[in-house]
Design a protein. Structure first.
Length: 202
């Protein structure tokens, strides 16, 4: 099973509550038009409700954005941790699985809009809503740190962990925004190329 298939299997299935429909359509619109140019009316039209009805579920448009990003980060980390729990014990294999799953989350139809919004629109989150998002961000960073610690213990890191983390996550996130081949084989090739670039003996 490819990482794209794993994401499809592990990512929460589309739900049909009004709240979930609002978040799903908002993620698409924020991705296509940008947060600033998306209106409550746009979201309401996409969901099929009056724009004022949205504010029964969310106090402001910023709360919608925060919920889109919170769900993306929370569900994404659960998928990554499940994949790593099933991965072979060799740190190199675990690193490759981490990279492939990160890319798959950015490419998969189930999750890509919300994750791309999370990468691009963070700056629009008001300070009072940032606390939980920062905690989720730190939790996902720890997933990477665990794998990098395993690699460091056997002398495979070419560069410091903080630099490696920024290089890998930043590069992968930009790749998710590009028009590239998103097939399972292309994801495997990208992961192996990154592994060769940053790990000794690869």
């Amino acid at each position: 099973m490819s990482e794209l298939e794993m994401v499809a299997a592990l990512y929460p299935k589309a739900r049909y509550s009004r709240r979930d429909r609002i978040l799903r359509e908002a993620a698409k619109l924020f991705n296509e038009k940008g947060y600033s140019k998306t209106t409550a009316r746009d979201i309401g039209t996409a969901v099929g409700i009056l724009n004022g009805s949205i504010f029964y579920y969310f106090p402001t448009k910023a709360h919608i954005l925060a919920a889109v990003i919170t769900d993306a980060m929370s569900h994404g980390e659960k998928v990554v941790r499940q994949v790593l729990a099933d991965a072979p014990p060799d740190p190199r294999d675990r690193f490759e699985a981490l990279v492939r799953t990160h890319l798959a989350l950015l490419f998969s139809e189930e999750s890509r809009y919300a994750h791309q919004v999370a990468n691009r629109e963070w700056k629009h989150i008001p300070a009072e809503l940032l606390g939980p998002l920062r905690q989720l961000n730190e939790s996902y960073r720890q997933v990477w740190w665990e794998i990098m610690d395993e690699l460091d213990e056997i002398g495979l890191l070419r560069i410091p962990k903080n630099t490696l983390y920024r290089f890998c996550v930043g590069g992968l996130n930009w790749t998710g925004r590009c028009k590239v081949d998103r097939s399972p084989e292309a994801v495997r090739v990208l992961a192996r190329q990154l592994q060769t670039l940053v790990l000794c003996g690869s």
